[in-house]
Design a protein around this ligand. Structure first.
Ligand SMILES: [Zn+2]
Length: 105
């Protein structure tokens, strides 16, 4: 892949990472809110529900951030866009729709 294309993907991935970091920050605050004790049992129940939902969301954000970081590392070490199983180049189309892809199919 040409350097210019790699730089483009790098920019794309970094922007995605920044967005996720901001979202993660928001989620963290929301989790904190659900941890504040409430005297109302109904509130308590919905807080448990919300917290569960938010923690799952946070888990997903974390996994996605890890994938983006791995893709950025692949750009650095020159293996970006190469299928991990068969070693072929991933199509531009595939990478554009999913820059974290590591498999050709
Ligand atoms: Zn493959």
């Amino acid at each position: 892949m040409r350097k210019r294309e790699l730089n483009l993907f790098k920019k794309l991935l970094n922007r995605r990472l920044e967005e996720l970091l901001m979202e993660a920050e928001r989620t963290k605050d929301q989790v904190k809110e659900t941890e504040e004790p409430s005297p109302d049992p109904l509130d308590q129940a919905s807080n448990v529900f919300d917290r569960d939902f938010l923690l799952r969301l946070r888990d997903r954000e974390r996994k996605l951030m890890l994938k983006i970081k791995e893709a950025l590392e692949r750009i650095e070490n020159g293996t970006f866009g190469i299928c991990e199983v068969c070693g072929q180049n991933l199509s531009q189309k595939r990478l554009r729709s999913s820059p974290m892809a590591i498999l050709c199919i």
